[in-house]
Design a protein around this ligand. Structure first.
Ligand code: COA
Length: 251
């Protein structure tokens, strides 16, 4: 699996935040976090199998992706880890949190839901007219007020990605459902959602917040599903505040 760590020469015993992208994503989805949070913690953006520079094939279930992530963290020998995932990544994080590995200290759920049913517009669309479905996905990932340059970047990125890979990612989301188990999560939990998120509406984040005791919820104004790209300052400030309040920055 390919990844980027900032700073590159990190201590395995200090806090590491592992960022896990969503459908069709890669490490660039976390560029502002790799650049902006590396002083607070070791920041690692991994690329799931089949994504970015990681070797194909991908997977088509959250549990299979989760096994890769657990093996990845253990191969790096990290002892104190916060997993932060967006969308499909958030499903992977919830799955691992329910398994409670000893190295996991906190989780972050971004553009998340305990169930992630997918619109037929995407699943059927990818089979019938992949270009249209991929273009639409690019638009749905961002808020209506997103800068034109970001809309173009995301649109081009999805169009360059294999429709089969995206279909498998979305199928993994569509099958994911831990609605009745989510209250078993016993880790400090940070939740962030864009107020204009069309793929995982604010209601999904509010459900997570209600069910996970002591969780910390931020609704980012004028942001869509990929809030880490659209509102990086607000995103990084909220995450740093969570780390500080949870005592994860000390020692
Ligand atoms: N958290 C809290 N509530 C949820 C939820 C979640 N993760 N997922 C679904 N629900 C709610 C729905 O809002 C709905 O509530 P309502 O009856 O009060 O309206 C109810 O549970 C049933 O929802 P669901 O099983 O999703 O079926 P649906 O037929 O209502 O909707 C979709 C199906 C696909 C239209 C809908 O899930 C959707 O709009 N999804 C977002 C778009 C998308 O494709 N996202 C991609 C996710 S990666």
């Amino acid at each position: 699996m390919a990844y980027e760590a900032q700073p590159p020469d990190y201590e395995t015993t200090s806090l590491a935040i592992i960022f896990i992208h969503g459908t069709g994503g890669d490490r660039e989805d976390w560029r502002h976090q790799l650049d902006g949070l590396a002083k607070a913690a070791t920041c690692v953006a991994l690329e799931l199998p089949g994504h970015g520079a990681s070797e194909p094939p991908g997977e088509n279930s959250v549990s299979s992706f989760a096994r890769w992530v657990v093996d990845f963290v253990e191969a790096l020998g990290l002892h104190k880890v916060m997993l932060v995932g967006c969308s499909l990544g958030s499903a992977i994080v919830q799955w691992i949190a329910l398994e409670r590995p000893a190295w996991l200290k906190a989780i972050g759920l971004v553009g998340a839901g305990a169930r992630l049913r997918v619109l037929p517009l995407f699943l059927e669309g990818l089979k019938n007219d992949a270009d249209l479905a991929l273009r639409t996905l690019g638009q749905y990932c961002l808020s209506p007020g997103a800068p034109e340059s970001l809309l173009m970047t995301m649109g081009e990125k999805y169009l360059k990605t294999s429709a089969e890979l995206i279909y498998n990612d979305l199928s993994a989301c569509n099958e994911f459902d831990v609605m009745t188990r989510i209250r078993e999560i016993a880790f400090p939990t940070w939740i962030l959602v864009g107020e204009d998120d069309r793929l995982t509406p604010v209601k999904y984040a509010q459900y997570l917040h209600r069910e996970i005791p002591g969780s910390f919820l931020t609704v980012a104004p004028q942001a869509g599903h990929l809030a880490m790209l659209e509102k990086p300052e607000e995103f990084n400030t909220s995450l740093t505040e969570f780390l500080s309040r949870s005592g994860l920055l000390d020692g």
